[in-house]
Design a binder for this molecule. Structure first.
Ligand SMILES: C[S@@+](CC[C@H](N)C(=O)[O-])C[C@H]1O[C@@H](n2cnc3c(N)ncnc32)[C@H](O)[C@@H]1O
Length: 483
């Protein structure tokens, strides 16, 4: 039996995937009806989440078993470099995220070269195995040598990091040699489509998934899944059309009410999700590997949608060559702060927030109230930004915390504070401290739930005899370039 609700989520997820090669990963789990899943390299748990959700098309989620391996917070800088890895969050954060699915989650922390040989016999046979841990040939070989004992005639193993283009930069990393040297009498191999192509400083990087199964594998007969896979693009089109029609209906109903002077408004949720605006369909960032890697790292720590993050990233390229410090007011969990810290690299970076939630707001202008965004703390943000340099934290109510930076000049300031008084204070403090050509980017300028933002900015420009004008961006942000 197929859970059609999960299946529609699956179609939607595949449609919007940034890394296209993952489509074939989830399709394989779907086709293979996988229930027991093992992943080497759990990282932030995002892929695990999607694998579990895909498995839930065929199984009640409580029956799905996921086994994940990662170093999590034990990853040292040395290993990070040797394994060409990304820095994962801590294990408790990932466990929490995965346990929320209600699947049966087992996480192992440590180097798979040490743990896998010890525990492989206790794991039992797997339906699906994804190998995406350390990227060095040594680690991948060791992972495979343990994992291969868990294969049945039904198991599918997918390796990440099969590089099809040869380059000296790829010596010693990737699974291509391991796959190419597998015994053809024992295993069948296949490169899955599509692959991802990224442009690196040294040239083109082509990353493929390689699928490995035991020779003579008994592929289960799965007529319905096969039909659904063959018509997947058509179904995706229908799902997106249905989404579009739903939006259209909503707009029509809203318009009808407006004609009689009434307005329909969604009540604010407990979590401050109302920030989100619909995502753009065009993905200018699809091939921008520098941005994608950063966004992957921060996306679970930010409320700022991807297209606005991309705008921030673009501006760092511009402002990076100007003299002056940078600042962010409105840090929350540190997502955009990390994007800025890692893009600017060697600039003094000041972060301002209460780190305990919104201050008092003006209820006639702002939808937010005191205490919104309080599910964060200075310690958590410091931990999340532990691999970023040159950061100074200013905890407390802005502008009461500005004393230490009164003498500084700024080339870039990001203001994401959502309420009238805070935006006003930011403009009054930073405007005169911007270097010529320096930029202030305001979030939520044209977002109805944050109308205090627009009011504060417009008043500032209207009441002063200054040459600058606010530049409204299609991302609902607003830019000030100091002349
Ligand atoms: C929308 S959140 C920031 C989102 C964040 N940039 C991200 O990446 O998700 C707004 C933040 O502004 C902070 N804030 C608003 N006004 C403030 C003020 N006057 N002083 C200090 N923090 C303030 C709140 O505490 C909250 O964390």
């Amino acid at each position: 039996m197929i859970n059609f609700k999960e299946y529609i989520h699956y179609l939607n997820r595949n449609r919007t995937l940034v890394r296209k090669r993952y489509i074939s990963l989830y399709r394989t789990i779907f086709r293979n009806k996988s229930r027991r899943i093992l992943e080497v390299g759990t990282y932030n748990g995002e892929n695990a989440l999607q694998m579990i959700q895909t498995a839930a098309i065929h199984f009640p989620v409580g029956e799905i078993e996921y086994f994940g391996f990662d170093l999590f917070e034990l990853l040292t800088d040395e290993k990070l470099k040797a394994e060409a890895s990304l820095r994962p969050p801590c294990i408790s954060e990932v466990r929490q995220k995965l346990e929320n699915t209600r699947a049966r989650i087992t996480l192992y922390q440590g180097d798979t070269k040490d743990i896998l040989p010890k525990i492989k016999n206790k794991l039992g046979q797997m339906d699906f195995i994804f190998i995406d841990g350390g990227h060095s040939v040594e680690t991948i070989s060791s992972d495979w040598n343990c994992i291969k004992d868990l294969l049945t005639k039904k198991t599918v193993v997918v390796f990440d990091d099969y590089y099809t283009n040869a380059s000296p930069e790829l010596n010693g990393v990737g699974c291509q040699n391991i796959i190419n040297n597998l015994s053809r009498d024992l295993y069948e191999t296949e490169l899955l489509k599509p692959m991802d192509i990224f442009i690196r400083e040294w040239g083109k990087l082509e990353i493929n998934f390689a699928k490995v199964t035991k020779k003579g594998r008994k592929a289960s007969c799965n007529l319905l899944s096969d039909i659904l896979i063959s018509i997947e693009p058509t179904l995706q089109g229908l799902v997106s059309l249905a989404g579009f029609l739903k939006q259209l209906m909503k707009k029509a109903v809203k318009c009808m009410f407006r004609t009689v002077g009434l307005e329909i408004r969604k009540l604010p949720k407990e979590s401050p999700e109302m920030h989100r605006v619909p995502e753009f369909n065009s993905h200018l960032w699809d091939n921008n590997n520098g941005f994608l890697e950063l966004y992957e790292e921060i996306k679970n720590h930010t409320l700022v949608p991807v297209e606005r993050c991309f705008m921030l990233y673009q501006l760092t390229k511009y402002a990076g060559c100007l003299k002056g410090s940078i600042a962010e007011v409105g840090v929350y969990k540190g997502g955009t702060a990390k994007l800025l810290a890692k893009s600017f690299k060697d600039k003094t970076f000041h972060l301002f927030d209460t780190f305990s939630g919104m201050p008092e707001a003006n209820q006639s202008l702002d939808i937010h109230k005191k205490g919104d965004f309080s599910d964060t703390s200075l310690e958590d943000v410091k931990f999340f930004l532990r691999d970023c340099d040159y950061i100074t934290f200013h905890k407390g109510l802005f502008p009461e915390t500005t004393k230490p930076v009164e003498e500084e000049l700024f080339c870039f300031v990001y203001v994401d504070v959502d309420i009238y008084q805070s935006v006003k204070d930011c403009l009054e403090f930073f405007y005169s401290r911007m270097v010529p050509g320096g930029v202030i980017l305001f979030d939520d300028y044209e977002v109805r739930d944050c109308s205090g933002v627009k009011k504060a900015i417009n008043e500032f420009f209207d009441n002063r005899n200054i040459r600058e004008r606010p530049i409204l961006l299609p991302t609902y942000q607003c830019l000030l370039v100091k002349l």
